[in-house]
Write a protein that binds this ligand. Structure first.
Ligand SMILES: [Zn+2]
Length: 301
């Protein structure tokens, strides 16, 4: 059966080493990682590479073609892993990706906020119980070099990182803006970040150290890191934000409001805790229950 997505492998000639898997486009409307991986394909010299790089710029081709988070079956890829080989398109692609993850030694998964959200640039990982794997993930996250590091509960299933967790493959993911655009800065930060992790894992020669992060938060509470459930909209309507991405706010502060088309029904949205706004909805049209914002609690948890 033909592969369900395009994979590019680079076998190093500088000696033995691990197999590092890097993916983007698990959600079809998240572009920075796609650009960064294409750039890696065009620039890695295998004479300077130890081990192997496995690169997938667009995992979810069906969703990419639809310019959407999900493909034609409307299943969220990040709830579908490990998928199944006789299922719908998303289930089959999830199955194929899960096998690639299980065959890898390290994994980086590149995301963004997609077409409707924006995310403050961050790198994250699961707070797995195996301390040796956790330490490698923390090392990879620091090396990647984004301003926020966020360790979250390892209990969420269905994601690419859940497969890595179960296969004991050290893994990180990254987020960088979104909002339906492709930030050149974000694509470059992802390209550099992947090279930084490759250097940290000694797959390529050392690089200058990454700048220290602004913020490191490890939050082991169940469902921490689940971005789609925070500050749900109380009704269908139009979201107008009162805060900006990256802003530090206090519990109870107004995040924005939902308003109906005639402007007769306005519902204020308040922050349910204090912290930094790390995800903010950029698409005004909302349905009841849609997430409007995520606040990263910056006090000790
Ligand atoms: Zn995503």
């Amino acid at each position: 059966m033909p592969a369900l997505f395009q994979t590019h492998q680079i076998q190093g000639k500088a000696g033995d080493g691990p197999n590092l898997l890097i993916t983007a486009g698990i959600h079809g409307d998240e572009y920075e990682g796609m650009v960064a991986i294409r750039k890696l394909i065009g620039s890695i010299d295998n004479n300077n590479l130890r081990g192997r790089l496995t690169l997938v710029p667009v995992v979810n081709e069906s969703a990419f073609a639809l310019r959407s988070r999900t493909g034609e079956d409307e299943l969220d890829f990040a709830r579908t892993c490990p998928g199944k080989d006789d299922g719908t398109t998303t289930e089959r692609v999830a199955h194929e990706l899960s096998q690639l993850i299980e065959d890898s030694d390290y994994y980086i998964d590149l995301h963004t906020g997609g077409s409707i959200m924006q995310v403050d640039p961050l790198v994250g990982y699961n707070l797995v119980s195996d301390s040796s794997i956790l330490e490698i993930q923390q090392h990879m996250a620091r090396a990647f070099g984004l301003p926020i590091i966020w360790g979250t509960s390892a209990n969420l299933d269905g994601r690419s990182l859940s497969i890595a967790r179960d296969a004991k493959v050290p893994a990180i993911y990254a987020e960088y803006l979104g909002g339906g655009e492709c930030s050149h800065k974000g694509a470059q930060a992802y390209f550099e970040g992947c090279l930084n992790v490759m250097a940290a894992l000694e797959i390529i020669n050392p690089r200058p150290p990454s700048p220290p992060p602004d913020l490191v938060v490890e939050d082991p509470r169940p469902s921490s890191g689940h971005m789609q459930i925070c500050h749900p909209s109380p009704m269908d309507g139009y979201f107008e934000a009162a805060v900006t991405l990256g802003q530090t706010i206090k519990q109870g502060q107004k995040l924005g409001h939902i308003i109906d088309p005639l402007g007769t029904d306005t519902r204020p949205i308040s922050a349910d805790h204090s912290g930094r706004v790390i995800v903010l909805r950029s698409c005004p049209a909302v349905k009841e229950g849609d997430s409007l914002a995520v606040i990263l609690e910056t006090k000790s948890i």
